[in-house]
Design a protein around this ligand. Structure first.
Ligand SMILES: [Ca+2]
Length: 140
């Protein structure tokens, strides 16, 4: 976990960078796909759903802690990914939905930087890291 400054432009820059974005999503996918069958089940995706829930709520300011309520939230998030309701999510859908959620988040953030607590291996942290690397190489 680390605290980072984030704005919409950083997120959009990351999404539009195919190499960085696709690479991160593929690594994340294979990490989540614990039995390596190329598909994510609900339980395999649970960790990721927890991250997305953070995005959808007020960026970590989350008051819902009731376990039943939480599992409803995770279920509805998973159904968003599981478009054909067969209980699994493949890489292409995972990529497309992740992109869509991050675009929505970028739009919510706009151009005012906000401080967020980010997980080391989250997409948002990768977006921030990419921005920092870019700034560094620009200065050299
Ligand atoms: Ca799997």
């Amino acid at each position: 976990m680390s605290v980072e400054l984030l704005d919409g432009a950083i997120i959009l820059g990351f999404i539009e960078d195919d190499e960085a974005f696709n690479g991160s999503v593929e690594v994340r996918f294979s990490h989540l796909d614990t039995n390596q069958d190329g598909l994510l089940t609900y339980s395999e995706m649970l960790k990721e759903l927890q991250c997305f829930r953070m995005m959808e709520t007020d960026f970590g300011v989350d008051v819902k802690t009731d376990p039943d309520e939480l599992s409803r939230v995770y279920n509805s998030l998973f159904m968003q990914f599981d478009r054909d309701s067969n209980g699994t999510v493949d890489l292409e859908v995972f990529k497309a939905e992740t992109k869509q959620m991050m675009v929505a988040m970028a739009n919510n953030l706009g151009f005012l930087p906000v401080q967020m607590i980010l997980d080391e291996d989250s997409f948002l942290k990768k977006a921030v890291d990419r921005e920092l690397t870019k700034l560094k190489s620009h200065n050299n």
